[in-house]
Design a protein. Structure first.
Length: 131
């Protein structure tokens, strides 16, 4: 099989990081974690990921700022980025989407919701559209 599907989880809560890691890690999925925005930004820019899951309220650089920076950077702009956050107001979602987020997952989230997202993106990666 090809290279593993790589996910970056930027989340300051250790329990959530480990929950996501344990739910998504398998033989074909690797999960890397960062506990703050600056660390997440550095990892996203220095490693290759197929999906970024980003909390909004995180230390050092908030998730919206990290999202804007990643979407403005040609090396990371095309990586699917989904906010994974407890901020659930309509305005929160609008701000994230304007910052460039590709999706928004509310906490508490369902495991099936994350698995469906990963399955969908893995399928796209496995069968890239012709250029």
């Amino acid at each position: 099989m090809g290279s593993p599907f790589r996910i970056l989880v930027v989340e300051d809560e250790p329990v959530i990081r480990e929950l996501v890691r344990s739910m998504l890690t398998d033989a074909e999925v690797e999960v890397e974690c960062a506990s703050n925005g600056a660390e997440g930004l550095k990892l996203a820019r220095t490693q290759s990921f197929d999906l970024i899951l980003l909390d909004v309220v995180i230390p050092q650089l908030d998730g919206i700022t990290v999202c804007r920076m990643l979407k403005a950077d040609p090396s990371t702009a095309k990586v699917p980025l989904h906010m994974l956050t407890a901020k659930a107001k309509k305005t929160d979602v609008e701000v994230a989407m304007k910052a460039g987020a590709d999706g928004y997952i509310h906490k508490p989230f369902r495991g099936a919701e994350l698995m469906d997202l990963v399955t969908s993106l893995r399928t796209k990666k496995a069968s890239p559209s012709p250029s």
